[in-house]
Design a protein around this ligand. Structure first.
Ligand code: P6P
Length: 339
């Protein structure tokens, strides 16, 4: 098969306006370079003494791991000098990351989780970088307010993830379908390997952390029970697969079909709206899912219609094959009516 690089693919398929300026291409290329740098070190972290913890705690109250910190610094370093961003938001940083005086400011806003699932890295489980790209929606110049960048996920210009697994893959959408590119380390290029990814309308996999069963509301318990009982769907048997790394669970369901659920639970008052972050996890994955023919809801609302009020806002996420997400939505709606 003729090898198509991600840059070549982007130039062919990118909407005229963005391509004309080349700024979007520049932005994506800096994300791609960051992914190559992160991939290089993630795949041999055990040899570089960059496993383990830094001893710090991030805004989420989670222990920062050396690889998290490294990936975060790589992305910030590459993107702040690209001249295409007005600001960034990282899962690892409490506030907006502004562009230093030494570098030009652009019109895009980038939100990212530098290394999602990194608690798994010491066990050599696949992890990933997740990103969403928006246009600045107001203001000019270097100082940026939250009001100028926070917006509904539906406003994303592009969204994607890099999964550092048995191979390193970039999966992204710029609003006209989803494509997957696999890194060929021998040439240092992401090559088109999964053109026009479509998530199967119906799946056989459900992904959820059932250890939280007692902390869920009744609607969630009924939704998960639905997948556990073959007699609910004419004897069809679902498999439960849960890696505990969003990018890995999402990627498998995107390719094979299935549903991922991270519902709200009442274990921790700080996370009563669920654990996953809207800006750097739910919204990018929701755009990818919809662009691949799937769905993403918080139980009731379309994820992409939610307007975040703060950078680290958390939402429940139910995402995947349309058939399964619609079923869960119906269960939540019935419980809401009965309430
Ligand atoms: P739990 C990783 O920390 C993460 O944010 C996602 O990658 C993953 O889906 C989720 O948390 C796992 O959370 O509570 O099941 O361990």
């Amino acid at each position: 098969m003729r090898q198509v690089t991600v840059t070549e693919h982007l130039l062919v398929h990118q909407r005229e306006s963005d391509m004309a300026t080349g700024r979007f291409t520049r932005l994506l290329n800096e994300i791609i370079l960051s992914a190559k740098l992160i991939s290089r070190d993630v795949t041999k972290a055990g040899l570089l003494n960059i496993l383990g913890k830094t001893g710090e705690v991030n805004i989420q109250g989670e222990e920062v791991r050396k690889m998290d910190d490294y990936a975060n610094r790589v992305l910030i370093h590459r993107l702040e000098r690209a001249g295409v961003l007005c600001a960034m938001a990282s899962e690892e940083n409490a506030d907006l990351i502004e562009i230093p005086e030494t570098f030009p400011v652009g019109d895009y806003f980038l939100a990212f989780d530098p290394l999602d699932g990194s608690a798994n890295i010491d066990a050599n489980v696949s992890i990933g970088t997740i990103f969403g790209i928006y246009r600045r929606k107001g203001g000019t110049g270097r100082s940026v307010t939250l009001g100028e960048v926070l917006q509904r996920g539906a406003e994303q210009v592009a969204a994607g993830y890099v999964i550092y697994g048995s191979s390193t893959m970039l999966v992204y959408t710029a609003g006209n379908g989803v494509n997957g590119f696999t890194l060929d380390p021998s040439v240092g290029e992401f090559l088109l390997s999964h053109p026009n990814i479509r998530i199967p309308e119906e799946g056989r996999i459900y992904s959820v952390n059932e250890g939280y069963w007692d902390f869920w509301d009744e609607a969630t318990q009924e939704a998960v029970q639905y997948f556990k009982s073959p007699n609910n769907h004419n004897g069809k048997v679902y498999s439960m697969r849960y890696i505990g790394s969003l990018v890995s669970d999402f990627h498998r369901n995107l390719l094979y079909g299935g549903i991922f659920l991270y519902p709200r639970d009442n274990r921790d008052p700080k996370k009563k709206h669920g654990k996953l972050r809207y800006l750097v996890e739910a919204a990018p994955m929701a755009m990818i899912a919809e662009q691949a023919g799937g769905m993403a809801i918080d139980g009731h609302r379309r994820i992409l219609d939610i307007e975040p009020q703060e950078i680290h806002e958390r939402v429940p996420l139910i995402v995947g094959s349309k058939n399964e997400v619609l079923k869960v939505q119906e269960i939540y709606a019935r419980h809401a009516e009965a309430a």
